[in-house]
Design a protein around this ligand. Structure first.
Ligand code: V47
Length: 393
């Protein structure tokens, strides 16, 4: 206990539970979320992180693909969508166009396509079936991590069928797992202000349970740093924990730092490093049954994402070519980074880089080929220093 050098006495009973491997409760979470002792909670979260993953930090080689940004939901938090009545300002790819866009950055080194769209009122389940089939034909080695719980729910009602039927059909077409977006903060008070017309928190969790029951893994997220209170962050994590106890399919939590630019909430400030790190630590400590925690460098910035590796995170996500959601909201970290740069960031943070696939299976880097998207766009430079990020396509 002394080694933890806690400066807030309220953290002592929390630390006793963490040291004994016992589950934390809501009151513990509120203390962790509200204490001024950032380094104390960081040490506690790091203890759990090292218990689970030692000195390893995972990363992957991936590309994002957004078949459309046209969306009927009009969420206040989002700068990415174009409303249906202004659809000509946005994009909606045909299946062929979507495959061509993906092909710009997919080679043998890319193990994952992260595919999310707006809620487009004309793109039913058959569009995504066709898209996934076409992507699997063109890139058979690539894992398709596609469609949030919100999109699956929307597709089911648009196609006048059930989520079970949608998932079953999409699995047959090539869907391999689902990303964690759309969870935001489950509290109705918050959803009314940031994503009024979107799937409720309760329904998000129910759809996740269906996805897990049908044999797919998924991720989960928490969007913080807008109008939510500390207690609502804790309750969000506890709701995910209850769901994970029941259905067990979450592989990873990604705390997402809110970016206000170009959204209806642009009067709010961006998050600071303190809230970022304290939220990573809170997440690691409360969500004791989800194995992995991503520090999403696109939203945190490279440097905070590095420090986060000592506050509970054990993953940096990926090379992330062509990310558009954060870019639309004023993200300044850019998108698209080389594998070499990611490895540099991890080593410089005193962790050991481990290349993984979407399901957290280790990949031998020497067997992962490729040139453009993942590995070595910038490593052909003669110097041995860290290569710069690759420009947005
Ligand atoms: O669902 C939208 C959030 C999510 C903003 O599963 C915003 O591996 C910040 O879910 N500022 C998309 N966030 C990102 C996401 C994700 C990212 C990386 C990995 C995985 C995974 C999932 O981003 C949205 C929403 O929650 N978002 N607008 C914004 N202005």
């Amino acid at each position: 206990m002394d080694q933890l050098r806690l400066r807030d006495d309220r953290l002592r009973p929390v630390a006793a539970k963490v040291l004994a491997g016992r589950r934390l409760d809501r009151d513990d979470g509120v203390v962790i979320a509200s204490t001024a002792d950032l380094l104390g909670v960081g040490r506690l979260a790091n203890l759990v992180r090292e218990r689970l993953h030692g000195n390893r930090t995972y990363y992957n080689v991936n590309r994002h693909l957004n078949p459309t940004n046209v969306c009927v939901a009009s969420c206040g938090l989002c700068a990415f969508y174009v409303p249906w009545k202004e659809k000509d300002r946005g994009w909606t790819y045909t299946v062929e166009e979507a495959v061509d866009v993906a092909a710009r950055d997919v080679d043998e080194s890319v193990s994952e396509l992260h595919i999310v769209s707006g809620l487009h009122p004309k793109l039913k389940v058959d569009y995504y079936e066709e898209l996934f089939r076409a992507l699997k034909i063109r890139f058979p080695w690539v894992h398709l991590k596609a469609l949030t719980m919100v999109e699956l729910d929307f597709l089911a009602s648009l196609s006048r069928t059930t989520v079970e039927e949608v998932v079953d059909r999409l699995k047959k077409a090539g869907l391999d797992s689902c990303p964690g977006g759309g969870a935001e903060i489950f509290a109705p008070r918050v959803r009314e202000q940031i994503c009024d017309h979107k799937t409720s928190g309760e329904r998000w969790l129910e759809v996740a349970s269906i996805v897990h029951r049908l044999g797919l893994k998924s991720n989960c997220t928490m969007l913080y740093g807008h109008v939510e209170r500390a207690e609502e962050r804790v309750d969000h994590l506890l709701a995910l924990r209850v769901q994970q106890d029941a259905s067990g399919g979450f592989q990873c939590l990604i705390p997402l730092a809110f970016h206000p630019a170009n959204t209806e909430l642009d009067h709010l400030p961006s998050t600071g490093g303190r809230l970022d790190l304290q939220t990573i630590a809170l997440s690691r400590l409360m969500l004791d049954n989800v194995p992995h925690l991503k520090a999403y460098w696109i939203m945190l910035g490279e440097k905070v994402a590095q420090v986060a590796q000592h506050f509970g995170a054990n993953d940096l996500d990926g090379t992330i070519h062509d990310e558009r959601i954060t870019q639309a909201a004023g993200g300044s970290a850019g998108t698209g980074i080389s594998r070499r740069r990611l490895e540099f960031l991890i080593r410089e943070a005193d962790r050991i880089p481990v290349l993984r696939d979407t399901l957290y299976r280790e990949i031998d880097p020497s067997l992962s080929g490729g040139s453009s998207a993942g590995s070595d766009v910038a490593s052909s430079t003669a110097d041995s220093g860290p290569p710069a990020s690759v420009a947005v396509s």
